[in-house]
Design a protein around this ligand. Structure first.
Ligand code: FAD
Length: 515
């Protein structure tokens, strides 16, 4: 059948007056030209899908000239591979007067297939009876191919990301994880944390990369981070890198003015087993160092005590010499005493000179959790022997502090030793040592709590005095806490003791992160 334009006029049944009031710009001709020149395949059928009109684009897309299409059912376009359920839904919708949009596999006149996106709109008469169907379709093959490509790439990327043997997490501006992989999910459950990414970033302890405006390339590279777990779980180590990722905004308002958001891709590779080997070697070296430090401290304590003991009698001799000199200048006794005093002071000075100096190491960054774990490891034998249970309550990630790691180990070791001594009192059954770390503003707070007999109120201030000890005389000189206090002061921090006998003792140490 021939495609006659007057039939279209009749079909559309539109008059300028019906379209628009006024001197009809929108007349049949305008409609006809618009439909003829539209860059979308348009067909009009009767209620049984018999084609009565096709536009030139329809012919271009399908290969059927108007006279080859008109009079045939639209099914001439069917490749017979579209599932019947699709046609069922199509007809269910349009026969009820509702338009339908969907995708069908079509075949051109030359036999090639294409994916059509089709919209069918029922056209009704004044009584609401369906008189025609208007079909608009376009070849969606390229779009579909592109969609598949994107989907394939997505699934390829997600299988690579999921299969990667490292933790990957993409974070937005507010450190919210918007994409992660299986290793990340595994870490979440292993550490029992909602967002380990936040902990890893917090443990980096540096915020310069967050503040930077030029977000390109690496934010940080191969930064080693330690995550501590409460209880007996040993710490885990990760080598972390951060890469800035720019993502174009896909909102409509960003179409002409390109907008992009920058995300941080966190890549964390576990280095715990490597660290464990290093840790073994470090502990052996630390053990030797602490043993040497203890030997030197004992010597320092003994010599300081000897100096302290000698200062008393020498002061008395000095006053006697002064008194005798005032009474009689020629008293031979006075001369002998003065000579003895001089010799005594020289000997004292020599003794002072023999007191070993506090070993000074260069300052470096230190992780307090790591130092405390080392102290616990060093004290394991003593803790076991005394039957003391340990409650290890570290903050999962602590920022590093700048200080003298060896001195800090001496400090914590002396606090732990004191706690062990206190709880080792004969007949004392409550034996628990608790070590807690947490950040407080710019400080790191360490709590060393024991369940020993405690220190009476009146002695709590005195414990920091040199040569004051509540332990059996002769065995301890009482300089441990004085040295501990000095180390804390050297780090710009504070140390206090709280005790309500007989409910044990809590030592608070505050160490500033930055000074
Ligand atoms: P058919 O024997 O035609 O029927 C398949 C299913 O549709 C059956 O479940 C049948 O019950 C139902 N059905 C068929 N005709 C009617 C009807 N008049 N009333 C209610 N249910 C009915 N198909 C394409 O494959 N490609 C196209 O591009 C395409 N464009 C279309 C454009 C318009 C405007 C319309 C109205 C239909 C179009 N169709 C198109 C649908 C087409 O008419 C056929 O229904 C379809 O191609 C299936 O043809 P078939 O010969 O395989 O099966």
């Amino acid at each position: 059948m021939e495609n006659k334009k007057p039939e279209l006029d009749a079909l559309l049944r539109l008059t300028p007056a019906e379209c628009q009031p006024g001197e009809g710009l929108l007349n049949d001709k305008v409609f006809l030209h618009a439909v003829e020149q539209a860059d979308i395949a348009i067909s009009i059928t009767d209620p049984h899908a018999q084609i009565i009109y096709v536009n030139p684009t329809f012919s271009r897309v399908t290969g059927y000239a108007p006279n080859e299409a008109v009079g045939h059912n639209e099914s001439i376009l069917s490749n017979k591979t579209t599932p019947p359920s699709v046609y069922k839904a199509l007809w269910l919708s349009i026969s009820r007067g509702k338009s339908w949009t969907g995708r069908l596999i079509n075949r051109r006149k030359n036999g090639t297939r294409y994916l059509a996106e089709l919209t069918i709109t029922p056209v009704t008469d004044d009584n609401g009876v369906i008189v025609n169907y208007l079909g608009l379709h376009r070849d969606l093959t390229d779009v579909h191919r592109l969609e598949c490509k994107v989907r394939n790439q997505m699934s390829l990327i997600s299988s690579v990301v999921d299969g990667a043997p490292m933790v990957l997490a993409l974070l937005d501006d507010e450190n919210r994880v918007i994409l992660d992989n299986q290793e990340y999910k595994k870490l979440q459950s292993d550490l029992d944390m909602a967002e380990p990414a936040g902990q890893l970033l917090a443990a980096l302890g540096r915020t310069e990369w967050q503040a930077t405006t030029e977000r390109k390339g690496h934010a940080f590279l191969d930064q080693e981070v330690r995550i501590d777990r409460k209880g007996s779980g040993s710490p885990r180590w990760f080598s972390c890198s951060g890469v800035w990722v720019k993502v174009d905004d896909d909102h409509a308002d960003a179409f002409f003015t390109a907008k992009a958001s920058t995300y941080l891709l966190l890549v964390a590779k576990e280095t715990t087993s490597l660290r464990a080997q290093e840790e073994k070697a470090r502990m052996a070296a630390l053990q030797a160092l602490v043993a040497e430090e203890e030997r030197v401290n004992a010597l320092r304590e003994s010599l300081s005590a000897a100096v302290y003991q000698l200062e008393g009698p020498l002061n008395m001799i000095s006053s006697a010499v002064g008194m005798m000199a005032r009474r009689s200048k020629d008293d031979p006794m006075a001369g002998a005493l003065a000579e003895a005093l001089k010799n005594g002071e020289e000997a004292l000075e020599k003794l002072r000179g023999m007191i070993p100096r506090q070993s000074s190491t260069a300052s470096s960054t230190a992780n307090i959790n790591e130092l405390l774990r080392s102290v616990l490891d060093l004290s394991t034998a003593r803790l076991l022997k005394a039957g003391i249970s340990v409650a290890w309550k570290p903050q999962a990630a602590l920022p590093p502090i700048t200080g003298y790691p060896n001195s800090l180990i001496t400090l914590f070791k002396s606090l732990v030793d004191n706690a062990i001594d206190a709880m080792s009192t004969r007949g004392w059954n409550e034996r628990e040592l608790s070590l807690t770390t947490r950040t407080r503003g710019n400080d790191i707070e360490v709590l060393v709590q024991d369940s020993g007999p405690g220190i009476p109120d009146d002695l709590q201030i005195k414990v920091f005095e040199p040569f004051f000890t509540t332990k059996p005389q002769g065995k301890h000189m009482g300089t441990g806490l004085a040295i501990a206090q000095q180390i804390v002061v050297d780090h710009g921090g504070t140390i206090t003791i709280e005790s309500q006998p007989p409910q044990g003792c809590t030592v608070h140490v505050l160490l500033p992160v930055t000074r």
